[in-house]
Design a protein around this ligand. Structure first.
Ligand code: CKX
Length: 608
């Protein structure tokens, strides 16, 4: 169990979430002097920047954009004496990638890993009826000892440079909301649910963890606010007659209200929305509520102009509208856990999420998008940083499942993206990762990882750990693009024939496929990078998917163009988006809309 509660911050009769979002003081620690000089005692000569946001794209200086090292943030918060008998936490939606937090100059806590929330108990150091200074030093250095993996190199001029082993920009900073969370001294720490469907009825099993003694009462309300079931105790069953299920693109949410009581008096109240649904893999089918579903959608990124990877509520809204317009029903949170608001929106809109931990770059290459296809072996799992990496990876999985386990939209865990799996050393590592997720998830959701071309059917030593197989395949792009495309598709069919031999009883999904395309580029007949070529690649690949009954999902790469490290293979970013970075459609958006609107939800589901 985590040492802090990661429950989403809510306001109830007993709890308050005070947003600390806004303009924060900001200072780049060019020479790494801040910790030594004690900048937590108050920043001087600072700038002001918005939180949440990545800091990189506000500035016109390349040195700031490319800065690697410590950056400092500071704000203050008035804590009234009315909170004296309460527990007071600082809750960060994330800090990318390492954070040390100080309150009034005193060390308050720290966190490793850049994409998950953490809470720091500041009850004993808070000063009442005064402004409390919150200082955070955030470090964005990459290494193979932390997720996502990469290196930090030093240039001849002494400046550091990020060398990611992954294909997205190393945006960093306080990229998600920060809250002061105030709750009673004895409080609800966590809860979880599992579901069992019985005809028209459902059993919702729950578990509540509390910090402190007291009795627990749980009540379930329907969408109109009418009470439908109640129970007492830290564990129990809520019996729901005529349960309305959470269905794909037809979400129904119940409100779960938890009370922690002393002698009949409510000490703490927590409220959340849950969806009643089951997830199961049976044979080669992926089932929601016992019925086969076909997943259509995207690998995405949290990425937008100016805010970078900072949570952008307007973009989130636009993205969901576009996904509905195009007929998608799912997405993968490639390549890291996204902001909590995105999962809440998916819960409401009925989207299926493959929830990915930030385990990307477990293949030692700064051009991994090429090397993961050409058979290169980097012996990643022989690196001496791997034990430390595994510790952090397991911890990230724990934090991910603690945060996301109650979202009906989360239907699978994606535990790695494109790791090297052809060496013996990869096996115990990946086995531990999979075992950990299974042990921690109360709902025992299916687990998977996204496999690269190098991890082919006869050479991958780890596919057996996946409950369903996810493939990232670029036939027609990294593999035999252009006029060779016909060979590419023959090779593709052959690879899938081999996969069926190796994994005959599992469903397969394509979690990446596509082609880079410049939104302004048209060419007849097509050439690579033109809009016409992207359409051709997708059309051909879809034909192969359609011919394979064990392929039960397609998530094209990528939803939108996104920022990457600069290089000769990237035109100011990765351009495989179906939409531009500004969220306007390329020609292939219309092709996908036509296809996805015509595919029934239970496509290929017949014999399940
Ligand atoms: N997959 C051959 C991981 C993504 C990249 C994508 C690409 C690669 C392809 C691997 O993060 O963006 O190169 O477009």
């Amino acid at each position: 169990m985590l040492e802090y509660s990661v429950l989403y911050p809510v306001n109830t009769i007993s709890r308050q979430a005070v947003s600390l979002d806004g303009m924060w003081k900001f200072k780049i620690d060019w020479d790494g002097a801040g910790r030594r000089e004690g900048w937590q005692r108050g920043l001087s000569e600072f700038d002001m920047i918005p939180v949440p946001a990545s800091f990189q794209d506000f500035y016109t200086s390349k040195d700031i954009r490319e800065f690697v090292g410590d950056v400092w943030y500071e704000t203050d918060v008035m804590i009234p004496s009315a909170y004296k008998e309460k527990k007071i936490f600082l809750r960060f939606g994330c800090a990318t990638h390492f954070a040390h937090v100080y309150v009034n100059g005193q060390p308050a806590g720290e966190h490793e890993g850049g994409f998950l929330p953490f809470s720091i108990d500041i009850t004993s150091i808070a000063e009442f009826d005064k402004k409390n200074r919150i200082s955070v030093v955030v470090n964005n250095e990459l290494s193979t000892a932390n997720l996502p993996c990469g290196a930090t190199i030093t240039l001849k001029n002494g400046k550091k440079k990020a060398a990611p082993y992954f294909d997205f920009y190393n945006y960093s900073g306080l990229q998600r909301s920060v809250n002061l969370v105030v709750c009673p001294k004895e409080y609800i720490f966590d809860y979880s649910t599992t579901y069992q469907l019985e005809g028209n009825n459902a059993k919702v099993r729950y578990q509540v963890e509390t910090a402190g003694e007291g009795e627990v009462e749980v009540e379930l309300f329907d969408a109109d606010g009418a009470g439908v079931a109640r129970s007492r105790g830290r564990e129990g069953i809520l019996a729901v007659d005529n349960a309305r299920l959470w269905q794909v693109r037809d979400a129904y949410l119940y409100t779960m209200r938890i009370h922690l009581c002393h002698d009949g008096n409510v000490i703490d109240e927590y409220e959340d929305q849950i969806g009643i649904r089951t997830v199961e893999i049976r044979g080669t089918k992926f089932l929601i509520n016992g019925s086969p579903v076909y997943l259509k959608g995207f690998g995405k990124h949290e990425d937008s102009d100016v805010a970078g990877r900072g949570f952008n509520m307007c973009m989130m809204k636009r993205d969901f509208e576009l996904m509905k317009w195009i007929g998608a029903n799912s997405f993968r949170t490639s390549h890291y856990p996204y902001d909590e608001e995105i999962y809440r929106m998916a819960d409401r809109e009925g989207f299926l999420i493959l929830d990915e931990v930030a385990a990307v770059g477990l293949f030692k290459s700064t051009k991994n998008f090429v090397d993961v296809t050409n058979g290169k072996v980097t012996c990643f799992f022989s690196l001496d940083t791997v034990p430390e990496l595994l510790r952090r990876h397991l911890r990230d999985i724990e934090e991910l499942i603690a945060r996301d386990k109650n979202h009906p939209s989360v239907v699978a865990w994606s535990l790695l993206n494109e790791p090297e799996t052809t060496t013996d050393e990869s096996v115990p590592y990946i086995e531990k990762v999979f075992g950990h997720a299974l042990a921690l998830d109360p709902q025992k959701r299916p687990r998977t990882f996204a496999e690269i071309k190098n991890s082919g059917p006869y050479v991958c030593k780890c596919h057996q750990f996946s409950d369903f197989i996810c493939l990232n395949r670029y036939y027609g792009w990294y593999i035999k693009g252009g006029y060779e495309i016909s060979d590419a598709f023959e090779d593709f069919r052959e690879e899938m024939r081999q996969w069926k031999e190796v994994e005959p009883d599992k469903p397969f999904m394509f979690t990446e496929y596509g082609a880079d395309t410049l939104a302004m580029e048209h060419k007849l007949p097509s050439v690579m990078w033109s809009q016409e070529y992207q359409e051709e690649v997708l059309e051909q690949l879809h034909k192969v998917f359609d011919s394979l009954d064990f392929v039960v999902g397609e998530q094209v790469w990528n939803f939108a163009d996104f920022q990457t490290t600069e290089g000769i293979m990237r035109v100011n970013g990765n351009k495989k988006g179906i939409f531009t970075r500004q969220r306007q459609p390329k020609a292939s958006a219309f092709l996908l809309k036509k296809r996805w609107e015509s595919l029934p939800l239970d496509y290929k589901g017949e014999e399940a």
